[in-house]
Design a protein around this ligand. Structure first.
Ligand code: GTP
Ligand code: MN
Ligand code: MN
Ligand code: MN
Ligand code: MN
Ligand code: MN
Length: 207
């Protein structure tokens, strides 16, 4: 499944490519839902202006700033907090899937230069996650405009079927959904069995 993947260095060597960097911020938690169901992990995503779920981050021009400085700048705009991101948090780079319906893309001119999507993961403390959530509504310049709100991913399954399954049935930007799934598996935030069941539920829930 490594097709289309690039190292950070290979990606930066591409002349004329555009770059976008997004990050999954997460933490462990002892909190319980209804006082009994362990929540285990908090993963932050956002409801974007276009109604799609995605990770915080955005376009970065490596001629002007490093990828990580650009990602940190995007986080200041979208989360109201300049979380330092470094190369060690870089997980993957890949070409954006050719989008058949890019008619709704906003500011960027529809130049056909390839877009490379960089994905980062950073683990925070539960306290830091709360600070991010507070800043995202109180000081983030993009709140209410490009970002409609931060959301926590339910990383659990409820007996009646609720939780991760229905969450995965929402619409996601680009390959954010597989970035989420891959990361949850790689970091052992869910077991393959739990994920399989959630996916089965997500599929069966589709009309
Ligand atoms: P502007 O300030 O309006 O330019 O937006 P931005 O800089 O915040 O860019 P945005 O976050 O929309 O990301 C740029 C592009 O990256 C999008 O048009 C999508 O194609 C893609 N993208 C956005 N979010 C995600 C994500 O969570 N995962 C992946 N893989 N791609 C994303
Ligand atoms: Mn942005
Ligand atoms: Mn963005
Ligand atoms: Mn931007
Ligand atoms: Mn914009
Ligand atoms: Mn912007």
């Amino acid at each position: 499944m490594a097709s289309g993947h690039l190292s950070r260095e290979e990606a930066l060597a591409c002349e004329g490519c555009r770059h976008a960097c997004h990050v999954m911020l997460y933490c462990d938690t002892d909190a319980r839902l209804f006082g009994r169901k362990p929540i285990k992990h908090v993963i932050l995503m956002q409801m974007r202006f276009d109604g799609l779920l995605g990770f915080p981050g955005g376009f970065v021009d490596p001629q002007e700033e490093t990828l990580e400085a650009g990602l940190t700048r995007e986080l200041s705009e979208e989360l109201g907090l300049a979380l330092p991101i470094s190369e060690e948090h870089h997980v993957e780079a890949r070409y954006a899937p050719a989008s058949p319906s890019s008619s709704s893309s906003s500011s960027s001119s529809s130049s056909s230069s390839s877009l490379i999507l960089h994905f980062y993961v950073k683990k925070l403390t539960e306290e830091q996650i709360r600070e991010v959530e507070l800043a995202a509504v109180s000081t983030a310049a993009d709140h209410g405009h490009e970002v409609l709100g931060m959301v926590r991913v339910p990383v659990y399954a409820l007996k009646a079927g609720g939780g991760l399954g229905p969450f995965l049935s929402h619409a996601f930007i680009g390959n954010a959904r597989s970035q989420l799934l891959d990361s949850m598996l790689r970091l052992n935030l869910v077991t393959p069995h739990e994920l399989h069941r959630a996916l089965a539920h997500a599929l069966s829930g589709q009309a």
